[in-house]
Design a protein around this ligand. Sequence first.
Ligand code: IMP
Ligand code: MG
Length: 370
Amino acid sequence: MLVKLQDLYFKPFISEEKIQDAVQQMVDALAEDLKDEMPIFVGILNGSFMFVSDFVKKYPHPCEVTFIKLASYDGVKSTEDIQRLIGLTQDLTDRTVVILEDIIDSGNTLAEVHRIFKNENVKQLLIATLFYKPEAYKKDFKLHYVGIEIPNKFIVGYGLDYNGLGRDLPEVYQLKTTQHMTNIVLFGPPGAGKGTQANFLKDKYNLVHISTGDVFRYNIKNETALGTLAKSYMDKGELVPDEVTIDMLNAEVEKNADAKGFIFDGFPRTNAQAEALDVLMNTKDSQINAMVALEVEDEVLVSRLLERGKTSGRPDDADEGIIRNRIKEYYDKTAILKDYYSSQDKYFGVDGVGSIEEITERLSTVLDKL
Ligand code: IMP
Ligand code: MG
């Protein structure tokens, strides 16, 4: 799941488990090297609080722990004017001091640390950092223990923040640099007003409406390679394979590369398709944010469709038996998708009875939160 902190989005990057493994490896290495010492671990606040806490809990020998605090990032740019805020109060003469840093980026903070400890007459000063950005590092100080090397991209979580936020997350997230999209799968039984609402939403949120039916008709009519392929299955009375449909959707998504997001309509219909759609969005560094389903009682749907049948001339809107069957089929087929998206907390049911404006309003409440 993406995390939004103020104006930025972050995507999952390093799991809790990987972090704990790295912490354990650092503990093992230090415990071995310092088995005859009583080290004093010095955490650099604020970012290192979580790392230091996990580190000393795992550390198998007696040790001392303290913290110092320095100014850090203002936003996402490294600032040059680092200051010592809270200094050391204890005598470190002849002690083995291990600096525990959450992250080393440019190395400016580390330079400051070295300056502070120069006059402390310590026995040795060892540097241990959980995260390290080699591409950003501009100093020559030796890093004695490094947990995980990461690319030069901004991260949050596990003590690290963006403008004060995100420190509490137990795993690490990386800044998402591509534009955030709002992608929804729109559902609703026949007669729920899906088409009408899709039109409003697409204008209001600047989304591209991808109706699978329209995409099929377009590709077949224009005899695209995929259209021709799809038609060859249809002519044999076979279902078009999911890969072909996904390829068509991919082409639509790529045609609209700078869209603010997509409304998928008529797809997915099965678990396998929902998974394939997740894979597709993932390749675009994006995701499906929600399945939004218009909920309307059967009796209301039947009377709406019969009413529409009087003027639309669609034969499947004229017969009550056929209508009830279509509604039933919708529920049979979509129940499974409701489960798929519910299990990811992405299912949003919206009351589809009321005026068009009222329903648009309800849908907007959902979309505004995504
Ligand atoms: P330096 O550039 O090595 O001096 O790192 C300065 C400080 O910037 C670190 O101690 C962190 O507080 C912060 N910092 C560096 N990179 C990141 C990051 O990717 N996310 C959050 N904070 C960071
Ligand atoms: Mg720090």
